[in-house]
Design a protein around this ligand. Structure first.
Ligand code: NI
Length: 171
């Protein structure tokens, strides 16, 4: 496995619409493994193809649904690979929370997202699966899926944390 360079703000690749994945081969598996490693290294929750320079419809999310509150030393982080994802349902109920993006360090934007989501995608072998998620994972899925359509928090955010930084927060 190897770390990939994360594409940063200003790169036109972040505004492009990605193409479907057509080959489920070793190259795809290596890419996904590298994305896991890159995501952990960067302390993120999700990472999409274009963020590592791949204009393909795929992203990975950290799966913390079963993560214990007291994390054991030997805890292995879990990931979900989404290849050619299709969002099937977005709840009408929404909430607004600050989101960051590894491609826009220093920007935390308040983004309205559906609270729950249903998504269909292929795994690295090409097998289709369906997943229902809420909470952080639902937000992560919506954020990463946006990347595949060239949409980022810079387009979605109603305002940014740096615009209204809480006064009582000394840093
Ligand atoms: Ni992002």
């Amino acid at each position: 496995m190897a770390l990939r360079t994360i594409v940063q703000d200003g790169d036109p690749i972040l505004k492009k619409v990605c193409r479907p994945v057509t080959k489920f081969d070793d190259r795809l598996a290596t890419l996904l493994d590298d994305m896991h490693e890159t995501l952990l290294d960067a302390n993120g929750l999700g990472l999409a193809g274009p963020q590592v320079g791949m204009m393909r419809r795929l992203f990975v999310c950290l799966d913390e649904r079963d993560k214990p509150e007291e994390v054991p030393a030997d805890y292995q982080e879990k990931f979900i690979d989404f290849v050619n994802p299709e969002i099937e349902y977005l709840s009408e109920e929404t909430d607004e929370q600050y989101e960051g993006c590894l491609s826009f360090p220093g920007h935390n934007g308040a983004v309205v997202r559906s609270k729950s989501v249903k998504i269909k995608a292929q795994d690295r072998t090409g097998a289709w699966f369906e997943l229902e998620a809420d909470g952080m994972l639902a937000r992560c899925i919506q954020h990463e899926n946006d990347h595949l359509n060239g949409v980022t928090i810079m387009d979605r955010a109603t305002h940014f944390y740096e615009d209204d930084y809480p006064e009582d927060n000394e840093e």
